[in-house]
Design a protein around this ligand. Sequence first.
Ligand SMILES: [Zn+2]
Length: 481
Amino acid sequence: MTADLVIDNGIVVTPDAAFSASIAIQGGTIVAVGAPAAMPAARETLDASGLHILPGAIDVHVHFRDPGYPHKEDWESGTAAAAFGGVTTVFDMPNTIPPTGTGTILAEKHAIAASKAHVDFGLYGLLGEDTIDNVPELIAGGVIGFKLYMGNTFGKIPSPSTGAMLEAFEVVAETGKRISLHAETNSIMERRQTRLTQAGRHEPLAHLDSRPAVVAVEAVSRACILSEWTGARIHILHISSADELRPLREAKARGVDVTGETCPQYLFLSTEDYARFGGVIRVNPPVREKDNQEPIFAALKDGTIDTIATDHAPHTPEEKTRNDIWAVDCGFPGVETQMPAMLTQVNEGRMSISDYVRWSAFNPARAWGLYPRKGAIAPGADADLALVDLTREWTIDDAKIQSRSKISPWHGRKVKGLPVHTIVRGRFVMRDRTLVPGTKGWGRSVHTLQRMPAPVVRNADKTMRAVTRDVRPSPGKESAA
Ligand SMILES: [Zn+2]
């Protein structure tokens, strides 16, 4: 056998260890990991001296704005940013135009993504008040999972009532798919925003005041209760506060199939940054008080929070710098800078590089049924790799990032750790900090690889479907007849 590529002299990182080894790749798949002498002959060899080789990050929370907002981002620019950030798979959110809520719209989005993407991808289907009946067609069309907005955010997708949410959970529970939740309770935020506006509050901190942590505590708790009742698998997106960790921990202890995510903005930004950045750091949920950061970090380490994602949410400078905070679009880019920001923490000794791989690749791959095809460096896995120089110190510069959005709170941040090459299914898409020509359209949807565990349905006899499908005889009816 002749391999396509053998990578020598690098340090391979897994969730358990980091060790010197060579990697052989053929046909897009890892075929060997081990001693250099054990590698097959290869058409190409890469000397990875001084580099760590990580499973490419799987960012389960990006907004590439395509179709709908080409001035903010599209699949080409968004996945180029991913490639530069060592991210080899992204899951894109459904708040595009039109929202990804029908089989037809999903098919159109799949075609757009497949024609432009440099990295692999999965697409979320929208689970809203009026799209519950579309679940079968969305699954047939190949969604990686569902997204449910408990709170309003960019795109103004209405949040479903608790009744619709329960029904949605019942339907999705039968499929085994995971529902990702924007867990902020809309009615609390809406009332507070109205009161704050009436009181003349239009400055950046008014946004935080409209969304105290209780909006997340209430939403996470409610979501876990409905998950426990129905058996639906859920994922709590962008955990921003220490307070919501308690309902998450308690649900996990009860055996609820819930995973949690946080993002660099909740680990590294705080209320102290509002004065400097103003509306640039307006994001949902909001950047909070600094004393949330340590508990969130600790929750990653103890496994309460499973994954690091970015909520990459690009906008233009004009959209981010309006005077009235309520008119500023929410979110900012992050898919390209997450890995360097986290590797900086590895360099500072706050976590191991294996911890990082667990949160960025291994856990997301497991939660969405992609492991061990994705998220692993082992024979049989897709050759999705980020080769990083852990010693490289550099400064993030908004003007130089691949995202179309040239404004972020990461601008000017000193980091240590840089992805040097990114490989997707055996092919370099970013090499020596340069996008590899011809890789546009190389990305493929990963839904075909997904193998979720068998569904676990609870209270099946009490679902909306069960109680409306069979009109049961009332007690005593038979004997009376
Ligand atoms: Zn988001």
